[in-house]
Write a protein that binds this ligand. Structure first.
Ligand SMILES: Nc1ncnc2c1ncn2[C@@H]1O[C@H](COP(=O)(O)OP(=O)(O)O)[C@@H](O)[C@H]1O
Ligand SMILES: [Mg+2]
Length: 587
């Protein structure tokens, strides 16, 4: 059997094994339980011989009065050992599941954003659920096969040899032939099982999108499109499962037929031995029962490879996640509170495998406490530029410095601790408004601080109308709130964080002109004494910036303050005029 286990399988199983070894004591109980089960079952078939010969054939119940009592004892013991085995193996299995899940989850927290850009959420989530269960199932099955099944086979063999060595030799020749046939059928196994996992991921992905994007489906009548997409993913899953079931059940059927023929031969030989007086009826029954007892365990042992492969396929894709490189966090420098002097020094940046750089040779300095506004058409690289400062992505060339020190020399925690971000897409967690405001704060803020921030971000304004106030749950991703309300919470969160560097990426885009003006006051107050990088779709918020840069295809095409840029009558002036005419239309 071991010959077919490749080095890759060994490596994966070796790694899985490390999830099991911490539970040695429980494992020990499981091994004892399994060994006891094997011994008890063998004892059971052994007892059939005296029951038959001494009691039934001899028609002498007195001689065999102890047999029913022995049977009762054996069944009690079997119940006990079975219970101990199931409980301890179940415990280990669930622990492995829980540990693996925690590891993968922790990994999700430390993987770079780049990783999530390149992966759909569905398959990642299904690995957390489906694959992890598969792995644990495979581990406990393999352990059961290695201990209980192996011992059962040995014990049953012992009983058989005891009763009839010649018949045992015959069976010993027959079994391996059957095993080879069964193995040949199991080869196709691994291919299918890994494909099934992928197709489960597709099913999750489509369902997840429909659940999240439900209103888009309704508004645009995407029923047919989604149904077709789901039918395709689901159909693929069905087909692959059926292939697996076909291989598996064909294996079982052929095995049974081959076994049937073998058993007929055994019966024939046993019959002859019995006529020759070598084998008593009791011995025959006991021998035969021992052989039947072996069938299932032997089948599982010959199939152990498939069980292994199934676990390995599932574990492989989990370990692939665990082996991904984490965010680079080699910097040691820590600064409690930076002054906020930011320099982008000739930086270049390209997303993943994309061909064109999104930021090209960009140089700009933002003095501590000043405001830099970034304007430009959508897709010009504004959001990308500001996302480089908290190191959501690392630059390809050039350097970004905070207080004169390259940001790569800061520890990620310290760097990000000095930066507040209100991003274009607000992310809220399914928790209370209060928890969302205080999100990520090491020490929970005082009620006073919290209220102050909520007030300034005009969160209180709508919170006061909610029956549960700040303790209202916002729903999955904040669905229970309007876009503007979500944005105000995001602004409140940034206010509360009170970091020296502030990034506002279209922070007020979801607000109407009226609320925007009022929140702008709060933001203006916030921007005082703070280095601010602001991206605004309304140029009125940009006017007061100390410096404005106009981006086009990742390059600075214009820079200066509002008056200077208007006087230049170039890109900025054009953008401004366009905006201005829109605003007058608005009102
Ligand atoms: N995560 C990403 N992966 C790959 N390309 C991206 C990613 N985010 C943005 N881009 C691309 O980078 C360019 C600039 O995007 P962005 O910085 O969001 O522009 P802006 O904020 O100015 O509208 C766009 O062409 C966009 O398609
Ligand atoms: Mg943007």
């Amino acid at each position: 059997m071991n010959k077919s286990i490749g080095p890759e399988v060994k490596v994966v199983y070796g790694r899985l094994w490390r999830y099991v070894t911490p539970h040695k004591l429980i494992g020990f109980i499981a091994v004892i339980g399994m060994a006891a089960t094997a011994a008890i079952e063998a004892a059971l078939v052994y007892l059939l011989q005296p029951l038959m010969d001494d009691a039934l054939v001899a028609k002498n119940l007195e001689q065999a009065q102890w047999i029913p009592i022995a049977f009762m004892g054996i069944f009690v013991l079997r119940g006990l050992s079975g219970f101990a085995t199931e409980m301890s193996l179940g415990w280990i299995g669930r622990r492995v599941i829980s540990d693996l899940r925690c590891h993968v989850f922790d990994k999700f927290l430390t993987l770079p954003i780049r990783f999530f850009d390149s992966q759909a959420a569905g398959p990642l989530l299904s690995r957390m659920t489906y694959n992890v269960e598969m792995v644990a199932e495979s581990v406990t099955s393999v352990v059961t096969i290695a201990v209980r099944d192996t011992l059962t086979v040995i014990a049953a063999f012992g009983v058989m040899i005891y009763h009839s060595p010649t018949l045992t030799i015959f069976v010993a020749i027959l079994f391996p032939i059957v095993a080879v046939i069964v193995r040949l059928l199991g080869v196709a196994f691994r291919r299918y099982s890994s494909r099934i996992q992928d197709s489960v991921g597709d099913v999750t992905q489509v369902s997840d999108e429909v659940i999240r994007g439900n209103w888009v489906v309704k508004a645009f009548g995407g029923y047919k499109y989604e149904r077709d997409r789901f039918a395709e993913a689901d159909g693929r899953n069905f087909k692959q499962n059926m292939k697996l079931i076909r291989v598996r059940s064909l294996g079982v059927a052929v095995t049974q037929v081959v076994f049937g023929f073998g058993i007929a031969l055994v019966i024939y030989l046993a019959g002859r031995q019995s006529i020759e007086g070598v084998l008593s009826p009791g011995q025959f029954i006991s021998f035969f029962s021992a052989m039947m007892l072996m069938l299932q365990p032997v089948r599982r042992i010959t199939n152990v490879n498939a069980t292994l492969q199934r676990g390995v396929a599932a574990a492989d894709s989990l370990f692939m996640i665990l082996d991904q490189e984490n965010e680079q966090d080699k910097g040691r420098f820590e600064k409690e509170r930076a002054d906020g002097d930011v320099v982008f020094d000739h930086i270049d940046f390209t997303y993943g495998d994309a061909e064109d750089p999104v930021i090209r040779d960009l140089r700009v300095e933002v003095a501590a406490g000043s405001t830099l506004a970034i304007v430009g058409h959508s897709g010009s690289g504004k959001s990308t530029l500001v996302s480089l400062l908290p190191r959501f992505y690392d630059v390809d060339a050039g350097e970004i410095r905070l207080d004169g020190i390259p940001i790569t020399e800061y520890s990620l925690a310290s760097l990000r601790n000095n930066i507040s971000v209100v991003s274009q897409d607000v992310v809220l967690f399914n928790d209370t408004i209060r928890a969302n405001l205080a999100y990520g704060q090491l020490e929970p803020p005082s009620e006073e601080e919290l209220l102050k921030a909520a007030e300034a971000a005009h969160v209180l304004e709508f919170v006061n109308d909610l029956p549960l106030g700040l303790d209202t749950i916002v729903g999955d991703r904040g669905v229970l709130l309007s876009g503007g309300q979500r944005q105000r919470i995001a602004i409140g969160r940034a206010l509360l964080k009170n970091a020296p560097v502030l990034i506002l990426d279209e922070a007020t885009s979801a607000l109407d002109t009226h609320s925007e003006r009022r929140i702008q006051d709060a933001l203006n107050a916030l921007m005082e004494n703070r280095t601010t990088l602001v991206i605004a779709h309304r140029l009125s918020t940009v006017e007061k910036a100390d410096r404005i840069i106009v981006l086009d295809a990742g390059r600075i095409v214009e820079s200066g303050n509002h008056a200077q840029l208007l006087a230049k009558n170039g890109h900025y002036a054009a953008l401004y005029r366009m905006q201005f005419s829109e605003e007058t239309q608005d009102e």
